[in-house]
Design a protein around this ligand. Structure first.
Ligand code: 6PG
Length: 241
């Protein structure tokens, strides 16, 4: 008899910062350190980027660094995306477009190592395409994630049927955060990572943070990598929770 094993409960480490600038500086250093360690031990760094607006400044700060070794180091970086909006590739609201403008178009990461989600194909086709791409990808070294005001992360939204999904990438329809059609890595695939870092800012996140810290099953709480998750958040958000 096959028994479905529930994922281990999420281990959550909360890190508070007195300003968004300090949070962004710390996140940039954490990413660079994860890259240095991965490249030193495995010759490559596999990072999943978060969408939305919070990570933009971190991506711009990464652009200003030499990735601990200049072009040679950048050539060991492999970029994936945690989710994507079903919009044309150059659309200003595409998560890949934001990361390319802020960072990826300005450093020597080989184009073939930037694995964008082809969300312009439509949610179902793009999810199938990306799931195939990820079949040859072992665990990620670092997954970056954001948090929505309703507790969503990537494009895993409350009251959408993704909890038991086993595919690596999922089509999303009727998303409450526009656009309605998206593609998201599954909770299971986002959890196949050596490290997961949430970047959370904005007063509107207070209710989601409170629910998360109270142990409520918000989507962000479904990300359960073996080593737990780190949450970088504005101290103001923690003070009131
Ligand atoms: C998206 C993101 C989404 C985002 C959160 C937080 O496509 O919108 O993947 O999960 O990370 O909604 O967004 P902000 O950083 O803009 O608050």
């Amino acid at each position: 008899m096959v028994t479905a094993t529930a994922p281990a409960p999420q281990q959550c480490r909360w890190h508070t910062f007195t300003s968004l600038a300090r949070l962004e500086q710390a996140a940039t250093q954490t990413i660079l350190e994860a890259a240095r360690a991965a490249i030193a031990s495995r010759g490559a760094f596999r990072i999943v980027l978060a969408g939305g607006s919070t990570p933009r400044n971190v991506y711009q700060m990464l652009r200003q660094t030499n990735a601990n070794g200049g072009d040679a180091a950048w050539r060991a970086w492999n970029i994936y995306f945690g989710d994507e909006r079903c919009l044309p590739p150059e659309h200003a609201e595409r998560n890949s477009h934001m990361a390319q403008q802020a960072w990826l178009n300005h450093v020597a990461i080989p184009q073939q190592q930037v694995h964008t989600i082809p969300a312009e194909l439509g949610a179902q086709a793009a999810a199938e395409h990306y799931a195939r791409d990820l079949m040859n990808v072992d665990e990620f070294d670092l997954v970056l994630l954001g948090l929505g005001e309703d507790g969503h992360t990537a494009s895993l939204f409350p009251n959408h049927d993704w909890e038991t999904a086993t595919a690596a990438a999922l089509p999303v329809h009727n998303a409450p955060k526009p656009p309605p059609d998206r593609v998201s890595l599954s909770a299971q695939r986002l959890s196949r990572a050596r490290a997961v870092l949430f970047l959370v800012s904005g007063k509107g996140k207070q209710q989601a943070i409170n629910a998360w810290r109270a142990g409520m099953p918000i989507p962000a709480a479904s990300i359960t990598p073996p080593s737990g998750v780190d949450v970088y958040l504005d101290a103001a958000l923690l003070a009131l929770s």
